[in-house]
Design a protein around this ligand. Structure first.
Ligand code: TPP
Ligand code: MG
Length: 801
């Protein structure tokens, strides 16, 4: 500061203008927090969580943040978002109210509670914007530390763009890898495993990541002494400090109310990360929470008088004000005027947001009230309908639930009258208009979504010989890596040895360590790495070594990846491919097939269950032409089985959402997938020997499942259904049954009770006997089918037992 003050008059004026601008911004942000809390307490908004007490460090962060950079942070960062020009006062309140129009709430179109920030990486058609020309914020999620895994990938993308050749055309995403990924997290959330896992991985990978910890000593009511050893995250991370000749971090501490020190710290951190690709941790100390954690409680319950007095004194805005006065950068009158103006501006912005929020809903209310009155006029239930109309009309600030509820209640009163048609049509029209505001964009709505793809069959030389199936995968990956410079794969043992089953044998030698990489044993951040890189235009394939260990990553898949399109109303995407291998092999943790758990946790991600490696390779080829995330589960026991080597490697495509009938039959439809299919095929052969002809359908993809309803068509022919898999009873087999019976209306064609056959409820035991007595066997399938046919034709098929 002394330095700046000794420069020329003009420079001093510029400097003064900049700091006053910062102060103004911080003050506006604070007023938003104060008024936001009131809006919740008076019932206009449901819940509020604000950035008060954390304003000043965010100004410093914003100064160091450049176009192309990415933030991955949490709910305290409103000041930062305002400082980079991505959040106006009106938008702040639109988010608080839950305005369902993206034009008003660009963060999530009302889908997320306020305080969850995002910028638009995609245009309305789902095409990439030029991310190097804008300041980017990956969309926040609520689970504490859930922002960490993705941060790793956002940072790593810069490293890839800087060092991998062939990406010169990817100018929408990077300029020579100069972009920094900025993380923010609360002090208490550093207790989460995801935080430590990410910190370690970024130290190993040496990526341009600057991690800020906003430390206010609390996590809601729980003090740092219960959160962090030595009560200091920078203390305990000291071993990560880089030294001469080692990798590691630069670790910095700074007081959160010390504006000039913060500005200097952030400039220094940015330079290190940007130029050297070395991660930096900034522990921002002595922050406060003037209004407590959120609108759900008051901090007077858990902070003592001393702490509250200290917080009042060290409130970063109060300190910034003193600093401005002490350094003659402003007079008290000037600052008072700024304070006054900020109050006014925020009040006005809030009013504008509220009016914009209620105006369309009021119009809908008026429309329905007049319709109800006209329906009442000709109804025998006139009095009751008018009561509904009057009640609805009397609501000053209606919500849509109140409108549609009134309409649906009145519909029952006119069910047998002529007025019904108009009202029913209105309800349908209204639902069609409003429902997408809450339900659109679970999947991509662009022209690159998975349903736009079509099958391309593998082709073969006449003399094609059968080879170990893993070679089909390997040679197909080779074709993928040479076709797509932006494709890369990483996971435990994926690099040097070419994965545990050699499906990537020799690929690292050919494509380099950055594109075919070994990763630490850290499934959640392997996943996050993939999410972050996919958000920056790369096509990562994150490999999870065994399906049984996907559980470590499923939280981040469920909370982050699966919700990304939905929670941004289609303005961010991460077309990540997750490769893993599973189903039956040996033992409790190497033969799991928890497909029900998976498909229920990750709606928003496609789930593909190829029965062999050619099908799997075809899925990778298909997915690379789409813009959606998917999980591909290869059959763990299939790598050494024989398959023919296709000639059109890299271009044959397995369709998504389409089942395949692998054996035609007349007596019963058996639907299955993955490794179980081979056992179903065996059982079907044995059943044929006793005259029972099974039709076998390979589901191929569980999400989406059978969009053409081919299963129901098959049942129309066979009139019987058995679903077989090796999940627990009531797992994915129950889902398939629901899809076929309920969704596809298969019950219309059934002559026998539809049934499922799954594993035992316990984990599969070790060894061949363990497998036999845990998972469905050919004998189990034979007997299940036989019993169904016995019930129908007991005279031909006497009971076995
Ligand atoms: C996984 C998970 N557990 C619990 C919560 C509930 N929760 C929300 S914020 C919070 C405290 C976070 O404290 P800190 O990280 O210090 O951030 P601060 O709010 O103090 O800025 C908790 C427990 C959550 N959102 N996610
Ligand atoms: Mg805290």
């Amino acid at each position: 500061m002394t330095e700046a003050q000794t420069k020329t008059e003009i420079t001093f004026d510029d400097f003064k203008a900049e700091v006053l601008n910062d102060y103004t911004l911080a003050k506006i942000s604070r007023e938003c927090s104060l008024l936001g809390r009131k809006e919740v307490l008076t019932g206009k908004a449901k819940f509020g969580i604000f950035g008060d007490g954390k304003e000043v460090p965010q100004l410093a962060l914003a100064k160091a943040f450049q176009n192309g950079d990415f933030r991955s942070g949490y709910y305290r960062d409103q000041t930062f978002m305002m400082a980079i020009g991505q959040l106006s006062i009106q938008q702040f309140f639109a988010g608080l109210y839950g305005h369902t129009d993206l034009a008003y709430d660009p963060m999530s179109a009302g889908r997320q509670m306020g305080g969850h920030f995002a910028t638009h990486s995609l245009d309305e058609k789902g095409n990439w914007n030029n991310l190097t020309k804008q300041k980017n914020s990956s969309a926040d999620i609520s689970p504490t530390a859930g922002q960490m895994p993705r941060l790793l990938g956002l940072a790593q993308a810069s490293k890839i763009y800087r060092n991998v050749r062939g990406l010169e055309d990817f100018t929408n995403f990077s300029i020579e890898g100069n972009e920094v990924a900025w993380g923010t997290i609360g002090n208490a959330s550093t207790s989460e495993g995801l935080f430590f896992e990410t910190i370690n991985a970024a130290g190993v990978l040496q990526v341009p990541m600057v991690m800020s910890v906003w430390d206010d000593e609390y996590g809601i009511s729980v003090h740092a002494r219960y959160q962090t050893t030595k009560e200091s995250i920078s203390e305990i991370l000291k071993g990560f400090q880089r030294e001469a000749g080692t990798n590691g971090y630069e670790i910095m501490t700074v007081k959160g109310w010390d504006y000039p020190a913060l500005v200097a710290t952030y400039q220094k951190a940015a330079a290190i990360a940007r130029e050297e690709h070395v991660p930096v941790l900034i522990h921002v100390l002595e922050l406060t929470q003037p209004q407590g954690h959120s609108t759900s409680g008051s901090h007077e319950r858990y902070k003592n008088a001393d702490r509250l007095a200290w917080e009042a004194e060290y409130d970063c805005l109060a300190q910034m004000r003193s600093w401005l006065l002490d350094n003659n950068l402003a007079t008290a009158e000037e600052l008072d005027a700024i304070d006054e103006q900020a109050k006014k501006d925020v009040l006005e912005g809030k009013k504008a947001a509220w009016n914009a929020f209620v105006a369309p809903i009021k119009a809908e209310q008026n429309e329905l009230v007049s319709l109800l009155n006209s329906v009442a006029a000709s109804s025998a239930n006139k009095v009751f309908i008018e009561k509904h109309a009057t009640e609805l009309a009397s609501i000053k600030e209606p919500i849509r639930k109140e409108i549609i509820t009134a309409a649906r209640k009145v519909l029952r009163l006119v069910v047998a009258e002529s007025g019904k048609a108009d009202l029913a049509a209105w309800i349908t029209m209204y639902t069609n208009k409003i429902q997408p505001k809450f339900s659109s964009h679970l999947f991509s709505q662009s022209d690159k979504n998975v349903l736009q793809t079509s099958a391309v069959a593998p082709t073969y030389d006449a003399a094609a010989e059968e080879v170990d199936a893993r070679l089909v995968l390997r040679d197909n990956f080779d074709a993928i890596f040479s076709k797509y410079p932006e494709a890369l794969i990483f996971g435990e043992d994926s690099g040097n040895i070419g994965d545990v089953n050699q499906g990537l044998e020799g690929m690292q030698e050919k494509y380099g360590e950055l594109r075919v990489s070994d990763a630490g044993i850290r499934e959640a951040t392997i996943l996050g790495q993939g999410i972050g890189m996919a958000m920056r235009g790369l096509r990562p394939i994150a490999e999870i070594q065994y399906l049984d260990y996907l559980l470590y990553a499923i939280q981040i898949m469920s909370d982050d990846l699966a919700t990304l399109q939905y929670r941004t109303h289609g303005r961010q995407k991460a077309p990540l491919i997750i490769r893993t291998r599973g189903h039956r092999l040996e033992g409790v943790w190497h033969s799991g097939s928890p497909m029900g758990m998976i498909i229920n946790a990750i709606r928003g991600i496609h789930v593909l269950v190829p029965r062999n490696m050619t099908k799997a390779a075809g899925f990778y080829n298909t997915l690379l032409e789409t813009d959606e995330p998917a999980l591909v589960i290869e059959c763990l026991n299939g790598y050494r089985l024989k398959e023919k080597m296709p000639t059109n490697l890299g271009s044959f495509k397995t369709p998504i959402g389409v089942v395949e009938t692998i054996k035609e039959g007349t007596d019963i439809t058996i639907v299955s997938y993955g490794s179980t299919l081979r056992i179903v095929e065996q059982a079907a052969k044995e059943l044929l020997e006793v005259g029972i002809d099974c039709e076998i359908i390979d589901a191929q993809t569980l999400l989406p499942f059978d969009v053409n309803h081919d299963c129901a068509k098959s049942i129309a022919k066979t009139n019987r259904l058995l679903v077989v898999d090796e999940d627990v009873p009531g797992g994915a087999s129950a889902y398939l049954l629901q899809q076929i019976i309920d969704e596809q209306k298969g019950y219309n064609h059934l002559d026998s009770q539809p049934q499922t056959l799954a594993s035992k409820a316990h984990r599969p035991a070790y060894g061949t006997d363990g497998d036999y007595f845990s998972k469905p066997s050919a004998e189990d399938i034979f007997e299940k089918v036989y019993a169904i046919i016995h019930e129908a034709k007991p005279e031909h098929y006497p009971s076995l037992y």
